[in-house]
Design a protein around this ligand. Sequence first.
Ligand SMILES: Cc1cc2nc3c(=O)[nH]c(=O)nc-3n(C[C@H](O)[C@H](O)[C@H](O)COP(=O)(O)O)c2cc1C
Length: 197
Amino acid sequence: MTNAHQLLIIVGSVREGRFGPTVAEWVAARARAHGAFDVEVADLAGVELPLGLPAVPPKYAGEQYPRPAGMAPLTAALDRADAFVIVTPEYNHSYPAALKAAIDWHFTHWTAKPVAFVSYGGAAGGRHAVLHLENVLTELHAVTIRDGLAFPAYYHNWRDGEPLDAEAAGYAKTLLDQLAWWAGALRTARAAAPYPA
Ligand SMILES: Cc1cc2nc3c(=O)[nH]c(=O)nc-3n(C[C@H](O)[C@H](O)[C@H](O)COP(=O)(O)O)c2cc1C
């Protein structure tokens, strides 16, 4: 085990012509420069994510949960991560269905791990999506990070893969500082005693 925290950045949009990877690449660059993380990116567009779930919930099936072969790399990445950044747009005041499917196909992979959010969209900057994600991830015993990064009207406020807001990098640093603190605290706690879920 190294001192660096294993960070998984999840690209939540799978839409044709999506903006999500641009945001995720910018966040990944910030996270690599931060110094506290080994960074991986999981793009849900490349994951087999059927909406039909098996009969038994993943919470009870454990390792025996029958996931499709094309989901295995995502499952392994979720498993080895000790922190997450979810990059999400806002669809009809919530988050994309692919992201919900990725969450619902897993359970223990989120337990006692911190999750930070980077959102984008119209006037609300994707914050409606984040409010829903915070609610859902609490059910999975994840710990959501207070400071999110939201990009309103991203179509006006980004150029050449970068946000025009000069303060965005500073906000990202704060988010990553908080995520690193929780990643370390929760990794130590998970190693000391099983989480009583
Ligand atoms: C089905 C759908 C619903 C949307 N609903 C909202 C919304 O409620 N609020 C918002 O700010 N933007 C909304 N948008 C606009 C998205 O924020 C915008 O299309 C964004 O580019 C989506 O992210 P993506 O390109 O990574 O898929 C919606 C877009 C789609 C496709």
